[in-house]
Design a protein around this ligand. Structure first.
Ligand SMILES: Nc1ncnc2c1ncn2[C@@H]1O[C@H](COP(=O)(O)OP(=O)(O)O)[C@@H](O)[C@H]1O
Ligand SMILES: N[C@@H](CCOP(=O)(O)O)C(=O)O
Length: 370
C-alpha cells in the first residue's frame, strides 16, 4: 500500500511565490512534528520511520527581532543559528518574502544527537511553519481539518489510520500526502543534507526517500498494523556529522549486493500490503535489518549500543542502530515482542515503547492576525 502524488504521474509541486509581499504581523502558527528513525538497518540515507514522539513549535510574526522560548532537556542556541529559525528564514527566502521578526515557543521532546531525527524535526517544523505563515491555502495534497479528524488516535489504529492524532489535538492540516515532488521535502532535504529523516517527518509512516538531480523525493508506504517500535536511548550523544565521518568512501560489491537485497526485503516486510503473520514477519524483519553499509563502521565506536543490538537480535528481535546512533531501534511485530525488547535493556538506556506516527508533520493551530 503506497501513496505517491494524487492519481497519475508525478506532478511538480512548487511553492506559490509572491515576491516582496510582507507576511502579516501577528500571524501565528503551531506545528507538531514527529521523531524519526532513519536507515532501519540497510536503508542508509533512504528509509525513515515516523515515531509517536513529537516536538512542537509555535511561531508568531513580529515587527522585528527574534525571541526563542524553549522548554526541553537539550540546550540549543537561541539566536539566528537556531535550526527552526534558519528553516523558516530559508522558506521565506524561497517564497520571495521579506524577513519579518519572529517569536518562537518550542516544546522540545525529541532528544538531540541520539539518532532520533531531532535536527530533521526542527527543519521540517521551520519549513512547514514558514509555508503556513505565507499561505492561507497550502495547495494540493494539503489535508483539510475534516479529513484529518481529531481524536481518533494514531497510536496503533493500524493501516489506514492516518486521520487523527494520539493526543486528540485539533489538527487543522496534516502535511503528509503532498506527494513525491513536494517543494517542502526538497527544501528540508537540502538543509538537512540527507532526505531520509525529513521525508518520514513530513509524511509519517514508513518512507523511502531518494535524491534526484533537482532534490529529494519520497514514496510513503503504510507500515503493517502490528508494528511496535521500541527505542533505547543512551545518555551519550553522537553528532550525525561525526558519525558520518566514520564511514568509508567506497563499499565492495559483495557488501553492496548483500545490503541491496536486505533493503528490498525490508521495504516489503514492513508494508501493510504484505500479509505475513507476526512470527513470519519477525523472521523476515530479522533477516531484512542486516546491513553492511554503515553499522559495521559505526557500532565499534558505541560498544554499549553494539551489545544491545546484538542481544536483542539474539532474542529474535529485529534491532538496528537508530539513524546514525547511538540509540537503538527495535522493530517489534507485536506488543508481546515489544515487552520482551523492553526487558532486554540495561540501566544505561532509557527505553520508550512507541507507536508509529502515521500522520507526519501537522499544523495544530493556524490563526490569522490575533
Ligand atoms: N528543536 C531544535 N531546535 C533547535 N535546534 C535543534 C533542535 N533539534 C535539534 N537541533 C540541532 O540539531 C543538533 C542535533 O542534530 P544531529 O547531530 O543531526 O542529531 P539528531 O540525530 O538528533 O538529528 C542539535 O545539537 C541542535 O544543534
Ligand atoms: N542516514 C543518516 C541518518 C541520520 O539520522 P540522525 O537521526 O542520526 O540524524 C545517517 O545514517 O547518517
Amino acid at each position: 500500500m503506497t501513496r505517491a502524488v494524487e492519481a497519475g504521474p508525478a506532478v511538480e509541486m512548487g511553492p506559490a511565490v509572491e515576491m516582496g509581499l510582507a507576511v502579516e504581523m501577528g500571524r501565528r502558527v503551531r506545528v507538531r512534528v514527529p521523531a524519526t528513525s532513519a536507515n532501519l538497518g540497510p536503508g542508509f540515507d533512504s528509509f525513515g520511520l515516523a515515531l509517536a514522539l513529537h516536538d512542537e513549535v509555535e511561531v508568531t510574526v513580529t515587527a522585528s527581532g527574534l525571541s526563542v522560548d524553549a522548554t526541553g532537556a537539550d540546550e540549543v542556541a537561541q539566536d539566528e543559528t537556531h535550526l527552526v529559525v534558519r528553516a523558516i528564514r530559508a522558506t521565506f527566502d524561497l517564497l520571495g518574502r521579506p524577513q519579518p521578526g519572529l517569536a518562537l515557543r518550542c516544546a522540545n521532546r525529541i532528544p538531540h544527537g541520539r539518532g532520533l531525527g531531532s535536527s530533521a524535526a526542527a527543519i521540517v517544523a521551520g519549513v512547514v511553519a514558514g509555508a503556513a505563515l505565507t499561505h492561507d491555502d497550502l495547495g494540493p495534497g494539503f489535508e483539510s481539518a475534516s479529513r484529518a479528524a481529531p481524536g481518533t488516535g494514531d497510536a496503533g489504529t493500524g493501516a489506514g489510520g492516518r486521520d487523527g492524532d494520539a493526543a486528540g489535538e485539533a489538527v487543522e492540516a496534516a502535511v503528509g500526502s503532498r506527494g513525491e515532488s513536494d517543494w517542502m521535502l526538497r527544501l528540508a532535504g537540502e538543509i538537512e543534507g540527507h532526505p531520509d529523516n525529513v521525508a518520514a517527518a513530513l509524511e509519517g509512516g514508513f518512507t523511502v526517500a531518494w535524491q534526484d538531480p533537482d532534490g529529494a523525493r519520497c514514496l510513503r508506504v503504510e507500515p503493517f498494523d502490528g508494528l511496535r517500535p521500541v527505542v533505547f536511548v543512551p545518555t551519550v550523544r553522537q553528532s550525525t556529522r561525526e558519525s558520518r565521518g566514520a564511514l568509508p568512501e567506497r563499499i565492495g560489491l559483495p557488501d553492496a549486493a548483500h545490503t541491496l537485497g536486505r533493503a528490498a526485503l525490508l521495504a516489503l516486510a514492513l508494508s501493510a500490503a504484505e500479509p505475513a503473520g507476526a512470527s513470519r514477519r519477525a523472521e523476515l524483519l530479522l533477516r531484512a535489518t542486516e546491513d553492511r553499509l554503515h553499522q559495521p563502521y559505526r557500532l565499534p565506536a558505541v560498544p554499549g549500543t553494539a551489545e544491545l543490538v546484538a542481544g536483542l537480535r539474539a532474542l529474535g528481535i529485529p534491532a538496528t542502530l537508530s539513524g546514525s546512533g547511538p540509540s537503538v531501534l527495535a522493530l517489534a511485530v507485536s506488543g508481546q515482542q515489544a515487552a520482551t525488547a523492553v526487558g532486554a535493556a540495561g540501566a544505561d538506556f532509557s527505553v520508550a515503547p512507541l507507536t508509529v506516527d502515521r500522520v507526519g508533520a501537522r499544523i495544530t493551530r493556524f490563526a490569522a492576525v490575533m
